[in-house]
Design a binder for this molecule. Structure first.
Ligand SMILES: Nc1ncnc2c1ncn2[C@@H]1O[C@H](COP(=O)(O)OP(=O)(O)OP(=O)(O)O)[C@@H](O)[C@H]1O
Length: 248
C-alpha cells in the first residue's frame, strides 16, 4: 500500500491580514504559511509593511478579523507577552538592553520572563543564561557591562535575549544594519546555526546578500501587498521586485 503523503503543518499561518491606520492601509490581505524550521526572508522597500507585519505576529498590533495561527493555536487575541511564552520572540532593530545590568543579568531577566510557574533559583537562571551566551558565542562577555559592548556584540546580545525566551520562532529585525562586511557574516553564521538547531527564523533585512544567503524562501512586500514569494533566486529575478525594491 502506498503510504499517505506527509502533510507538514505550518508553524505560523497568517490568513487575510489587513492592517489599517485610520484610513491608511499598511497591510492588504496578506496570507502566508511559515514551515517549522524554515529560514524565511522578508524584504520590501521602506514603508512597505515589514515592521507592521512583525508587530501583527508578535501581538503589538491587533489584527482582527484576520487570524494568526501559531503551532496549531489561534493566537489572534493573545497579547504580546503570552505570545512570547508560546514561543514567538523578536529582536529589535535598535537593541533595548537594560543598560545598568551586565550581559548575563540581561539574559537572566529574559529567562525569568518565560520560566512561567517554575520556581527557578538564581543559580538556575544564571546557568540557563550562560548556556544561551555560550550558544551565541558571548560567554566571555557574561559579566561585562552592556555599555562596553561593540555594535556587533550588542546585536548578538539582542538576539541572545530573544533566544533566552526559548522561542520556536525567532524574528530578527535588521540585526545586521550598520555592521561591517565581516560582522554581517558573523551574525549571519549565528542565525544559520540557530536555524540548524530547529529554530524557525524570519529575517527582515535590507542587506540583500545576507537575505539571499540566509533564506530558503523570500517574501517581498510593496505598499502592504505581497508582490513575490518563493525561492530567493526567483524572487530576485522577478521584474516587480526589481522595480519596486531594487529600483532597476
Ligand atoms: N503606528 C502607526 N501609525 C500610523 N501609521 C503607521 C504606523 N506604523 C506604521 N505605519 C505606516 O505603515 C506603513 C508601513 O510601515 P512599516 O514600518 O511597516 O514599513 P517597513 O517596511 O517596516 O519600513 P522600513 O523598511 O523603513 O522599516 C508606513 O507608511 C508607515 O508610515
Amino acid at each position: 500500500m502506498t503510504p499517505a503523503p506527509v502533510t507538514e503543518l505550518p508553524l505560523l499561518r497568517i490568513e487575510a491580514l489587513t492592517k489599517r491606520f485610520d484610513g491608511f492601509t499598511a497591510l492588504d490581505n496578506v496570507s502566508v504559511d511559515i514551515k517549522p524550521g524554515e529560514r524565511f526572508g522578508l524584504i520590501g522597500p521602506n514603508g512597505s509593511g515589514k515592521t507592521t507585519l512583525i508587530n501583527c505576529i508578535s501581538g503589538a498590533f491587533r489584527t482582527e478579523p484576520s487570524t494568526v495561527t501559531f503551532n496549531g493555536e489561534d493566537i489572534t487575541r493573545l497579547p504580546p507577552h503570552v505570545r512570547t511564552r508560546r514561543g514567538i520572540a523578536r529582536s529589535f532593530q535598535i537593541p533595548r538592553p537594560f543598560r545598568s545590568m551586565t550581559v548575563i543579568e540581561n539574559l537572566m531577566v529574559a529567562v525569568d520572563f518565560t520560566s512561567g510557574h517554575l520556581t527557578l533559583s538564581v543559580d538556575d537562571h544564571r546557568d540557563q543564561a550562560m548556556a544561551i551566551l555560550q550558544q551565541m558565542g558571548l560567554a566571555a562577555k557574561a559579566n561585562a557591562g552592556v555599555t562596553g559592548l561593540s555594535q556587533v556584540e550588542l546585536r548578538k546580545m539582542e538576539l541572545a535575549r530573544a533566544m533566552a525566551t526559548r522561542p520556536k520562532l525567532l524574528i530578527s529585525d535588521e540585526a545586521m544594519a550598520g555592521l561591517s562586511g565581516s560582522e554581517v557574516d558573523e551574525v549571519l553564521d549565528l542565525l544559520i546555526k540557530l536555524a540548524g538547531e530547529s529554530i524557525t527564523i524570519i529575517m527582515i533585512e535590507h542587506i540583500m546578500q545576507a537575505v539571499m544567503r540566509f533564506s530558503e524562501r523570500i517574501m517581498c512586500l510593496e505598499a502592504g501587498k505581497i508582490i513575490a514569494i518563493g525561492k530567493p533566486s526567483d524572487v530576485m529575478a522577478n521584474a516587480r521586485v526589481q522595480e519596486a525594491y531594487l529600483g532597476t
